[in-house]
Design a protein around this ligand. Sequence first.
Ligand code: C5P
Length: 238
Amino acid sequence: MKTVKGALIYEGKAKKLFEADRSDHVIHYFKDDATAFNAQKRGTIVEKGVVNNKVSERLFRLLQEGGVPTHFVDRLSDREMLTRRVRIIPLEVVVRNIVAGSLAKRLGLKEGDRIEPPLVEFYYKNDSLGDPLITDEHIRLLNVAEPTVVAEVKQWTLRVNTLLTPFFRDRGMVLVDFKLEFGFDSQGKVVLADEISPDTCRLWDQKTGESMDKDRFRKDLGRIEEAYQEVLKRVCGT
Ligand code: C5P
């Protein structure tokens, strides 16, 4: 059955969200627009939307097979994905296996050092505040989510890490860290939402240690499109 795209609900930095002609469903359209540093840096990564849509599909399917509840329903086209409609919990949940990015900067740790067991961090999803790092107690203070929900989100996040780490390793990539978002479905169940892609993961080539993700855009490393296409090839085989 063909899903028909309805009215635009919302336009974000990397995606547009449309109504779908099925209740409790929405259509995500993946754009090529790239932003970094709380949208202070802007640009375009050609065909990024296609890569992120296809990579997300593959990873959501893998996670669903591994028992993780997700919003993913189907990929409709190169740039469109059908998902269940969820109420997003305003938290960005970051898992770190290796020191990099803001962790190295904030705590003065050495980039590339292994983190064992993996570190889970929560950031408050709030553009005007610049998505600050927050603790469990801040989450309670802000009334962002119940402690039981936070515990469940953390458990699913670690399960996702356990499933994704060997998947990337088998394809010659090191999963350094990544960001997840969760929401409540219409039954009030916690489900994994948003996307999982080179925009939201740090991936290093196992052999060369080269970045294969959005860090190439953030740090002006060049060959950005080439890196995204290589991730697509390794993840989806196309
Ligand atoms: O910048 P930082 O080191 O905190 O990022 C950790 C991980 O979370 C990286 O993989 C990054 O791509 C991802 N992230 C994201 N969206 C943000 C912030 C971080 O996808 N707003």
